[in-house]
Design a protein around this ligand. Structure first.
Ligand SMILES: Nc1ncnc2c1ncn2[C@@H]1O[C@H](COP(=O)(O)OP(=O)(O)OP(=O)(O)O)[C@@H](O)[C@H]1O
Ligand SMILES: [Mg+2]
Length: 201
């Protein structure tokens, strides 16, 4: 008898601040995995629907499956649809709802993109508190903050602020580059982004 496939790896991109790069990096990560031959389901839980719209235009050529998903109990509602995938990649809206909590509790990894800007870091205070609260009662995902849209700023004080909140930072910041915007016109990610996030594994 054939052994059941292992559960797919669940990677969630979320921050409670808007515009930090969640959708861009979720698409890029899912795309890079698919380009490497992995079976990937990209789940768009954001009512803005950007990842879905991207998927309608560009996903098929890479064998990447993109679906909209919403509501609490997202993992349970997906249970029957996950077999066969190696990776589930979730793009989340910049909100904190019961669906956010459910998503975080069921994830293996949480990637939090931040720009090198104080408001993005201020918003991390709530995120750190939520994760601390979740940690009391449930397993929380392995969490990493990634600096995105880096334009050469000195990240050291910003990294210290993140670490001061009890969060860990991925060692390689992501530069602000036109190539990331070009994803939305069918481009591919400019760096080995899968490896970058796998530093978080
Ligand atoms: N590394 C980067 N270099 C250049 N532009 C970037 C980079 N990352 C993201 N962007 C651009 O920043 C904008 C916001 O990115 P994105 O939509 O991914 O953010 P978001 O966190 O998903 O936003 P929202 O909170 O609204 O869902 C987009 O125009 C995107 O192309
Ligand atoms: Mg988004």
């Amino acid at each position: 008898m054939r052994a059941p496939a292992p559960d797919p790896r669940r990677t969630v991109f979320w921050h409670r601040k808007g515009g930090t790069g969640k959708t861009t990096l979720a698409i890029a990560y899912a795309l890079r995995l698919a380009m490497d031959g992995q079976r990937v389901l990209l789940l768009d839980t954001d009512p803005q629907g950007t990842a879905t719209a991207w998927g309608e235009r560009f996903a098929a050529r890479w064998g990447l499956v993109v679906r909209g998903a919403s509501g609490a109990t997202i993992w349970r509602s997906l249970a029957g649809r996950m077999p066969g995938f190696d990776h589930l990649v979730l793009d989340c809206p910049p909100t904190i709802t019961s669906a956010t909590m459910d998503t975080l509790i069921g994830a293996d990894r949480l990637i939090i993109p931040v720009r090198p800007a104080l408001p993005d870091l201020w918003a991390l205070e709530d995120v750190a508190q939520i994760l601390a609260d979740l940690r009391v009662g449930a397993a929380v995902p392995r969490t990493r903050v990634v600096f995105n849209q880096h334009r050469g700023e000195d990240l050291r004080p910003l990294i210290a602020a993140v670490v001061g909140l009890g969060l860990q930072v991925l060692p390689t910041p992501i530069a602000a580059e036109q190539a990331w915007t070009a994803l939305f016109s069918g481009g591919v990610p400019p760096i080995a982004i899968a490896d970058l996030f796998d530093e978080a594994s």
